[in-house]
Design a protein around this ligand. Structure first.
Ligand SMILES: [Fe+2]
Ligand SMILES: [Fe+2]
Length: 187
């Protein structure tokens, strides 16, 4: 009888997402999507909206806008404190976008490949952490992860890999993004 109770408890607990985990997911995704909008803003500022590359980037920026709006909504709905580092991600994101764009189109696309790879992997990890009670958020994140994968592939299709210093550049950006994710979960 006691054993049965324990089993039942475990089962119901299995369907509920850990509250702290949920808060961290929303906080870090809000931060990340905000950073993404700033990266693409920085790139568009350099290339201009009406260039061929500018239009390609604008397509990705529009999707990032949709992503950040969803997380802004969730921050309010779930009463999650946003990261205190938003002003930093604003500057760092914009600088990364503008900086890589100034290095050229291929470097800008290499930046996209690196950032979207990290975000995509991060979303995949979150999908495994969200339980049955967060079905809606889970499907939202699945959709966004598919968008990020599309952005990554756009970067590859635009010759990102032939950017000068591609390996070093993407490695540095990946490390930076991972660090930003780690601190944005908590701070
Ligand atoms: Fe996004
Ligand atoms: Fe993206």
């Amino acid at each position: 009888m006691i054993q049965k109770k324990i089993v039942n408890k475990k089962k119901s607990k299995g369907g509920i997402t850990d509250h702290k985990t949920l808060q961290q997911i929303i906080r870090v995704d809000h931060a990340g999507e905000y950073g993404a909008t700033r990266i693409y803003e920085g790139q568009i500022a350099v290339f201009g909206k009406n260039t061929k590359i500018g239009k390609t980037i604008q397509h990705m920026a529009d999707q990032e806008q949709e992503h950040i709006e969803k997380f802004q909504e969730l921050i309010v709905k779930e009463r999650v404190r946003p990261t205190a580092l938003l002003p930093l991600w604003s500057i760092a994101g914009y600088a990364l976008g503008a900086g890589t764009a100034l290095m050229g189109e291929k470097a800008a696309m290499a930046c996209t490949v690196a950032v979207e790879k990290v975000i995509g992997e991060h979303y995949q990890e979150q999908i495994t952490l969200l339980q049955q009670d967060q079905k809606e958020l889970k499907s939202t994140i699945k959709k966004f992860a598919a968008d990020e994968l599309e952005h990554h592939d756009i970067g590859i299709a635009h010759d990102a890999e032939s950017a000068t210093g591609y390996k070093a550049l993407t490695k540095v950006i990946e490390i930076g993004c991972k660090a930003a994710i780690a601190v944005s979960k908590k701070i």
